[in-house]
Design a protein around this ligand. Structure first.
Ligand code: SER
Length: 594
């Protein structure tokens, strides 16, 4: 079934069931400072869930349906695999104090199995298992009703999986808003549709208050749906991408296929962002746009594409999507001009920087790029540090992150003497990339995530250390999440993940003080401070100890440049959102704080 048919079928299906078809809202959220970009279909409907606006007045009904432009950055590093994207479309149906679980589930199942004729054999579903201890201490009960509804539709027990708060509780977007337990539909093991039963309002302090009226918010990833319905092996082989992918010259080999997927995802996202008024800059949304454009340009180099190769690709995106998103035609000239300018600006930087980096790499027998060298590229060629990191990883080089930080700090001190806030910290990619432009709120979040990462590191040792060596292999923090790579030979059990979260949250609750002390490197190691083997440390090091000024008595101690919070209570609620393989024998955890 073509994606055009799916679009029509979906909207018609819900229109027939009393829903008003509502256009996608902009990628730049209106009146919602809590989020940078629109990440879900429900965002434009937040006031209706809360009873602050009357849906009857605005839509003539309490039911709406939409196909929403959405953009999510946390998975940006995953783009290149079968199904991850930054920009995507989300099909949704919504109820504000009208129908609830029964109809939402029944219709979801009917749409998948009868309208799209996807065999029930290929499907399974999940329901909320309940959570006795939420961040606020409030328990949320198991969703027995949904299980009963699924059973009444003929699903066998083994097709109805239970999962906890991480997987089957959604929201809020931003710092507060409607949220609730979910039930998800999977096809061929891939999560397709998230049915959210909005029952609570989550306040900024994380307390949950029952909403005055129950709500339904469903979201189905359009590209994934097209993938399973068109039996395509990846989203890039559905008709939502294929015409674009086909005009990018490449060979069917691993690194070229990956480059093509990244370019296709990023140019599509950039085209839509610019159409909604985002311009490249060094802050917030503008930085996201700049980052995806620059990454696309860099992967264009991998494929040896001509200068200005992004223009015909963006034209293709406009051609493919203008029928559904007229703003693409209206803004066509703007879109192409912005891309052309950014491409021109960055190509030169990239070319020169790559040449220099090439020279550095050739000269290095130890396979370590020094902090000075990385800084030289950044300072003299404007070469983004994240690119140096990306290329270093590809070529199996390490970077002396502490050295980079020192070089950066020295430079900052000279050029921005008296600047109000200074940040640094090993492994804090985002903060060191565009330190001077980062917002205070992002910097605060990164700092909290950084301390949380130290607690996580120790908790991993506590829970897993008996079985095998846990050694840090990398870490990366941005304002949305922390990512931590470590050696461990197998996938973690969900009980282990829960336990790790529990330990970290316990240490947060205890509000342990964080101490920072300069020490001789050997002494620090002798007292048990953890070091990251890929880094070269100077003789005098900085040690961060959590819980006690004496590293040997502290809960966590690490050689680290900071910054950190003063005490762990500042961190907030810690949540692991993903555990996966990073490479052979190395696991990767992504976690957020709320
Ligand atoms: N808000 C939920 C999601 O984004 C369902 O639409 O997954």
């Amino acid at each position: 079934m073509t994606s055009r048919e799916i679009r029509q079928k979906f909207l018609k299906f819900f229109e027939k069931r009393g829903h008003k078809i509502v256009s996608s809202s902009s990628l730049v959220p209106k009146d919602d400072p809590s989020v940078l970009l629109t990440t879900a279909g429900m965002q434009q409907f937040k006031p209706y869930y809360m009873g602050n606006k009357d849906p009857i007045k605005d839509f003539g009904t309490k039911r709406t349906t939409s196909i929403q432009k959405s953009f999510r950055t946390p998975d940006i590093d995953e783009v290149g695999d079968e199904s991850h994207l930054t920009f995507f479309e989300m099909l949704g149906n919504f109820s504000f104090g009208d129908y609830f679980k029964e109809d939402a589930i029944k219709w979801g199942w009917e749409f998948i199995t009868e309208e799209l004729k996807i065999s029930p054999e290929r499907c399974h579903v999940s329901v909320f298992a309940g959570d006795p201890s939420t961040s606020s201490g409030q328990a949320v009960p198991e969703d027995k009703e949904s299980k009963k509804i699924w059973k009444s539709l003929g699903l066998a027990d083994d097709k109805i999986k239970k999962a906890g708060r991480k997987d089957n509780f959604w929201g809020p977007t931003g710092s507060e808003g409607p949220c609730g337990p979910t039930s998800e539909i999977y096809v061929d093991g891939l999560e397709i549709w998230n049915l959210v039963f909005n029952e609570y309002y989550c306040h900024a302090d994380k307390t949950l208050e029952p909403l005055k009226q129950n709500g339904i918010d469903t979201g189905m990833g359009f590209e994934r749906l097209a993938m399973v319905s068109q039996s395509a092996p990846t989203v890039f082989e559905t008709d939502l991408f294929l015409p674009l992918v086909q005009i990018i010259p490449h060979k069917e080999i691993l690194n070229e296929t990956k480059a093509v997927r990244i370019i296709a995802d990023h140019i599509r996202g950039a085209t839509f962002l610019i159409a909604d008024g985002v311009l490249p800059s060094n802050v917030e949304r503008g930085y996201i746009l700049r980052r995806i454009l620059r990454r696309a340009i860099r992967y264009g180099k991998v494929l040896k594409l001509d200068k200005n190769f992004l223009i015909p690709l963006s034209q293709k995106v406009i051609e493919m999507y203008k029928e559904f998103y007229p703003e693409l035609s209206v803004k066509r000239e703007d879109i192409l001009t912005v891309i052309e300018k950014e491409e021109e600006k960055f190509s030169k930087t990239l070319e020169n920087g790559l040449k220099e980096l090439g020279k550095i790499l050739v000269a290095k027998a130890d396979k370590i790029i020094s902090g000075k060298e990385a800084f030289y590229l950044y300072e003299s060629y404007g070469f983004p540090m994240e690119l140096t990191r990306e290329i270093a990883t590809e070529k199996r080089f390490a970077i002396d992150e502490t050295g980079w930080e020192i070089a950066f700090k020295e430079h900052q001190e000279i050029s921005r003497a008296g600047a109000e806030k200074k940040f640094g910290g090993h492994g804090i990619a985002e903060i060191t990339n565009h330190k001077s432009q980062i917002t205070n709120s992002d910097a605060g979040k990164i700092t909290r995530l950084h301390t949380a990462t130290h607690l996580l590191h120790q908790a991993l040792h506590d829970i897993l250390g008996q079985e095998a060596e846990v050694r840090q292999m990398g870490s990366d923090i941005n304002a949305e999440r922390t990512r931590f790579d470590f050696t461990f030979p197998r996938k973690l059990f969900s009980e282990e993940i829960n336990k790790i979260e529990e330990v970290v949250n316990k240490k947060i609750k205890l509000d342990l003080p964080v101490f920072n002390k300069k020490m001789n490197k050997e002494d620090a190691i002798r007292l048990g401070a953890r070091a990251f083997f890929k880094e070269k440390y100077p003789d005098e090091v900085n040690v961060y100890s959590i819980g006690d000024p004496d590293p040997s008595k502290a809960y966590s101690k690490e050689l680290c440049g900071g910054p950190h919070v003063d005490s762990t209570g500042e961190i907030g609620y810690f949540k692991i959102i993903k555990e996966e393989s990073s490479s052979a024998g190395v696991r990767r955890i992504r976690a957020i704080i709320e």
